[in-house]
Design a protein. Structure first.
Length: 267
């Protein structure tokens, strides 16, 4: 005999779906970074311990996150995506704060648990209990010290990369475009994210998700990394936190006015 479960309000269901989905994206994605950082400092040979494994890791992480949450909330898993969808009326504005809160919470818990799982590996890399720039990049994005990119370049990087992500999402989910079957939508979007990582990653790690970057950054401050997560890169932290929203709105505008509005009207 099955026990009846009280009906949960739709916004609560969507909140839980976005929280869990974002948790999976950040844990699995940052986990890919962690195995590269820790693996590169040990004597073990990791066949995939390179940038490709990070790009694939985040692509598959997003695929899994959308599979888990997409049927309930749409699988935004990114505040910038939520804002973009609301701006073109594909998401109700009342859902925006609910989704965003869930995304930031999910990302925070993911980083905390990942830190616990990789604590010994982080200590190995750091050579003790100190926490420095050697491992803070596991949890949040930072400008490459080898490139010394300008603020303008880093800003354009985040705006353009996020715009491309939104264009990919809208194209894949557009029923009047290529008509991608629903079961392939998560994988298609995940592959799109992998392509973006492979194209943009060297500048600053391709955050393009404010929750994925800011919540783990906040956790690292709490975990003992000091103020470095905020001050590194001439206070770079605000770029992957704020500018993906700009890129998302731009991407939504481009797809809406260059593709979607020009579909033939069904008779």
């Amino acid at each position: 005999m099955m026990t009846s479960v009280p009906k949960v309000p739709s916004l609560v269901r969507q909140f839980m779906a976005e929280l869990l989905g974002t948790f999976l994206v950040v844990y699995l994605g940052d986990g890919a970074i962690a195995q590269v950082v820790v693996g590169s400092q040990t004597s073990q040979a990791f066949f995939f311990s390179n940038f490709l494994s990070i790009a694939l890791g985040y692509g598959f992480a997003l695929t899994i996150g959308i599979f888990v949450s997409g049927g309930v909330s749409g699988g935004h898993l990114n505040p910038a995506v939520t804002l973009a969808m609301a701006s073109i009326k594909k998401c109700k504005w009342k859902c925006v704060p609910v989704y965003m809160l869930a995304q930031y919470i999910g990302a925070f818990f993911a980083s905390a648990i990942l830190f616990g799982v990789y604590r010994d590996g982080i200590m190995l890399v750091e050579g003790g209990y100190n926490k420095t720039v050697k491992t803070q990049g596991i949890f949040a994005s930072y400008p490459s010290p080898n490139i010394n990119a300008s603020i303008a370049s880093l800003s354009f990087d985040q705006i353009l990369a996020t715009a491309l992500l939104i264009i990919i999402i809208l194209a894949v989910t557009d029923g009047k475009n290529m008509k991608v079957i629903s079961s392939l939508v998560p994988l298609s979007i995940g592959l799109g994210l992998t392509a973006i990582h492979l194209s943009f990653g060297v500048n600053a790690g391709t955050a393009i998700n404010p929750a994925r970057d800011f919540s783990p950054r906040l956790f690292t401050i709490i975990a003992g990394y000091g103020n470095e997560p905020l001050t590194t890169g001439n206070y770079f932290f605000w770029i992957p936190w704020i500018l993906p929203h700009v890129g998302a709105l731009l991407g939504a505008f481009i797809y809406e006015y260059m593709i979607e509005l020009h579909h033939p009207i069904d008779e």
